[in-house]
Write a protein that binds this ligand. Structure first.
Ligand code: F6R
Length: 614
C-alpha cells in the first residue's frame, strides 16, 4: 500500500526522500511524487508508474535544493493511477503540500463546504480536499501543527497525512488514524515513514505513534499531540535489523533472498524461548496463566498466507491442548456476528501488523471482551499495539510482496503458542513439550537440506513454462500447504492454481484434471499410515486422468515413487511440523517459474505488501 516519507535535517531532502521511497517500493505502488519546501513556496513533481518515471521528470526539470521534504508512492484505490491523482496534492495557493494514505470518508461533505466558499479543487481526490483545508488554516495565520490538529479532527475514516508548508522549512507535520506511520529519530535530522525501511539507512531509533495523534518533526526534535492538541508521547524502540537486511545481498529478488534466509529466520524465532529450567517462556505474553487457563475457545483471524498459517495452527493447538480452534478470514469475521466472550482467545496473525481487515477484526473482538493475542513480525505496528499480548516472529524485514519467511516464522510462533498453552493448562507433559521444541530446533538444518535441492526444483519450474493451470493437493497439515503453494503461484506467475484437500477431489474438483496437467502433491509422513494411504489413493485418481504428478514426500517413503513423475524428497519430521519443510519447494517453484516468465517477482501486478484498506 502507499509509501510515505518525510524528512527535515541537513541533507538534501530530495535524496533522502527518493531513497526512502525506493525502500518502500516493496509495499506496491503505481505512481510516485515528491514535494520540497523552497524558499517560501512548494516545489513538487509527480508521475504515474515506477520511481524511474519520477526520477526522469526531476532530471528533465530539476527541483531546487531543500532540506525539508515529503514523498509518496501511491497504490490506487479510488481513481486511476495517473499523474493528476498521484500525490503530493497542493492547496489552491500552492503553499501547502500533502501526501496521504487511506480514505477520508466524509470528503464529499468537506468538499461541498470548500467549494461553497468559492475555492476550486483540481482533482476528484479526497487528498486534495485535506490539502485545501490545511492551506486555508495556515493562511489564517496559524502554524502547520495547529492546522493539522484542526483538520485531522474534522476527518472521518482511516488516514495518514504528511504535510509541509512552503513558508515554514523548519517542520514536517503528520497525523495518523488507523493507518501506519513511524518516526525515525536522527541526530540533527528526523524522519517519517510508513515503516522503518524508509529511513533505516539513517537511523535505527524509532518512535511508535498512537491512534489519533499529530506529530511534528524538526531538525532538533519531535513533538507528539492528540488531535485536540493535548501533549502525547510515542513509544521509543530500537530496530533490531539494519540496512543489509533491506538489500538483496546478491540475489535477483528479495523473495529469493528471503526463501534462503528461512533457516536463520526460523532459528531466530525460536531463540530465547526456554528458561534455565527448560520451561517455555514467551516474553511478550502479557496474559496471566490464569487468563490462559480460562480460555475455552480460540478463534484465529488472518488474511492470505497468514490465514494458511492459522489453518496449520489449528491442527497443532487442538492436538496439543484440546482447546477447540476456529480459523476465520479477518475480512469475514465481524460480519457474521461471531460468538465471543472473555473466555475466547482471538489470535490475530499478521506479518505486517497493519492489515486493515485484521485490525478491524481485533477491535471487534475486544469490544466483545475477548482477549486478543497478536502474532506479528513488525515492531511498532498497530495490531500488536492494540492487542492484549503479542508473540513477535523475529523474521527480520520481509520485503518481497509474496510472504515466505513470514509464513514459516508464523508457523513457529503458532507452535510456540500451542506448546505454551499446553504447558500452562497441563495438557502435555513437560518432556513431551521439550521433545517437540527440540524437533523444532532441528528444523533450520532440515530447511537447509531442502534448499540444497533448489536447482532441481528450478529446472522443474522452467519445464512447466507453458502450464495454464496447476493443482496442489494435501491432507491434514499438508492441506494449508497446498493452498499456500497455489497462492504463491497465482500471485507470482499469474497462472490459475488451486489447492485442495486431496479427499475432497472426488467431490468435484477432479473434473478439472486434464491430460498433462501438473498436480503438486504434499504427501503426509509415513508414520501417519491412514493419512498416507488416503493421499496415495488421491494421487492415483489424478494420475488415472492423465495428471503429471509432482510429489513432495519424506525420505524413505518408497511407496510414493511409482506414483510420481517427479519426486521431491523432504527430511523426516512429525506430521505437524512437515509444513515448515513442504512449503519451501513450493516457494522455490513459484519464484522460479515467475522469473522464467519474465515477471517482477518482488512486486507482482495489482498487489500491495501491506493492505491497509478494508
Ligand atoms: C501472500 C501474502 C498475503 C499476506 C496477507 C496478510 O504472499 O503475502 O496474502 O499474507 O495480505 O498480510 P499480513 O500477514 O501482513 O496481515
Amino acid at each position: 500500500m502507499c509509501g510515505i516519507v518525510g524528512y527535515v535535517g541537513e541533507k538534501q531532502a530530495q535524496d533522502v526522500v527518493i531513497e526512502g521511497l525506493r525502500r518502500l517500493e516493496y509495499r506496491g505502488y503505481d505512481s510516485a511524487g515528491i514535494a520540497l519546501v523552497d524558499d517560501g513556496a512548494i516545489a513538487s513533481q509527480k508521475r504515474a508508474g515506477k520511481l524511474a518515471n519520477l526520477e526522469k521528470a526531476i532530471a528533465d526539470a530539476p527541483l531546487p535544493p531543500s532540506t525539508t521534504g515529503i514523498g509518496h508512492t501511491r497504490w490506487a484505490t479510488h481513481g486511476a493511477p495517473n499523474d493528476v491523482n498521484a500525490h503530493p496534492h497542493l492547496g489552491g495557493a500552492r503553499r501547502v503540500a500533502l501526501v496521504h494514505n487511506g480514505i477520508i470518508e466524509n470528503f464529499a461533505e468537506l468538499r461541498a463546504r470548500i467549494e461553497a466558499d468559492d475555492h476550486v479543487l483540481l482533482s476528484e481526490t479526497d487528498t486534495e480536499v485535506a490539502a485545501q483545508l490545511l492551506e486555508l488554516q495556515v493562511e489564517s495565520g496559524i502554524d502547520l501543527t495547529t492546522a493539522m490538529q484542526r483538520v485531522a479532527g474534522q476527518l472521518e475514516g482511516a488516514f495518514t497525512l504528511v504535510a509541509v508548508d512552503g513558508h515554514d522549512p523548519s517542520r514536517v507535520v503528520a497525523a495518523r488514524r488507523n493507518s501506519p506511520l513511524v518516526v525515525g529519530l536522527g541526530d540533527g535530522e528526523n524522519f517519517l515513514g510508513s515503516d522503518v525501511a524508509a529511513f533505516i539507512e539513517h537511523t535505527r531509533d524509532a518512535l511508535e505513534l498512537g491512534q489519533d495523534q499529530v506529530v511534528t518533526i524538526t531538525r532538533s526534535g519531535v513533538e507528539v499531540t492528540g488531535f485536540d492538541g493535548s501533549p502525547a508521547e510515542g513509544r521509543r524502540y530500537h530496530v533490531d535489523w539494519d540496512l543489509s537486511a533491506a538489500e538483496k545481498d546478491g540475489h535477483d529478488w528479495f523473495m529469493r533472498k528471503e526463501i534462503f534466509e528461512q533457516p536463520r529466520a526460523v532459528a531466530d524465532s525460536l531463540l530465547g524461548r526456554r528458561s534455565a529450567e527448560g520451561l517455555l517462556r514467551l516474553d511478550e505474553m502479557r496474559l496471566s496463566d490464569q487468563e490462559l487457563r480460562d480460555i475455552d475457545k480460540i478463534i484465529i483471524i488472518a488474511c492470505g498466507t497468514s490465514f494458511y498459517a492459522g489453518m496449520v495452527a489449528k491442527y497443532a493447538i487442538e492436538h496439543w491442548t484440546r482447546i477447540p480452534v476456529e480459523v476465520e478470514l479477518s475480512s469475514e469475521f465481524r460480519y457474521r456476528d461471531p460468538i465471543l466472550d472473555y473466555s475466547t482467545l482471538v489470535v490475530a496473525i499478521s506479518q505486517s501488523g497493519e492489515t486493515a481487515d485484521t485490525l478491524q477484526a481485533i477491535r471487534h473482538a475486544r469490544l466483545q471482551r475477548s482477549k486478543v493475542l497478536a502474532i506479528c513480525n513488525t515492531n511498532g505496528s498497530t495490531i500488536p499495539r492494540e492487542s492484549d499480548a503479542v508473540i513477535y516472529m523475529h523474521a527480520g524485514p520481509e520485503i518481497g510482496v509474496a510472504s515466505t519467511k513470514g509464513f514459516l516464522t508464523q508457523l513457529v510462533a503458532c507452535y510456540l503458542l500451542a506448546l505454551y498453552l499446553a504447558q500452562v493448562k497441563g495438557t502435555r507433559f513437560g518432556d513431551e513439550i521439550t521433545e517437540i521444541i527440540e524437533q523444532l530446533e532441528e528444523i533450520p538444518a532440515h530447511i537447509e537440506s531442502v534448499l540444497a535441492g533448489a536447482d532441481a526444483i528450478y529446472e522443474l519450474a522452467r519445464s512447466q513454462l507453458g502450464a495454464r493451470s496447476v493443482l496442489f493437493l494435501g491432507r491434514h497439515a499438508g492441506y494449508p500447504v497446498a493452498l499456500e503453494g497455489a497462492l504463491k503461484l497465482k500471485e507470482l506467475a499469474y497462472i490459475h492454481a488451486e489447492g485442495f484437500a486431496a479427499g475432497e477431489l472426488k467431490h468435484g474438483p477432479i473434473a478439472l484434471v486434464e491430460d498433462g496437467m501438473p498436480v503438486l502433491c504434499v504427501v503426509p509422513p509415513l508414520g501417519r499410515d491412514q493419512l498416507h494411504d488416503k493421499m496415495l489413493s488421491g494421487i492415483q485418481e489424478v494420475r488415472a486422468r492423465g495428471a503429471y504428478t509432482i510429489c513432495l514426500a519424506e525420505e524413505g517413503d518408497d511407496r510414493i515413487a511409482p506414483l510420481a513423475d517427479v519426486l521431491i524428497r523432504l527430511p523426516r519430521v512429525p506430521v505437524l511440523l512437515q509444513p515448515l519443510l513442504a512449503v519451501v519447494p513450493l516457494q522455490l517453484f513459484a519464484c522460479e517459474l515467475a522469473t522464467a516468465m519474465g515477471h517482477d517477482v518482488d512486486q507482482p501486478r495489482n498487489l500491495a505488501k501491506s493492505v491497509t484498506v478494508e
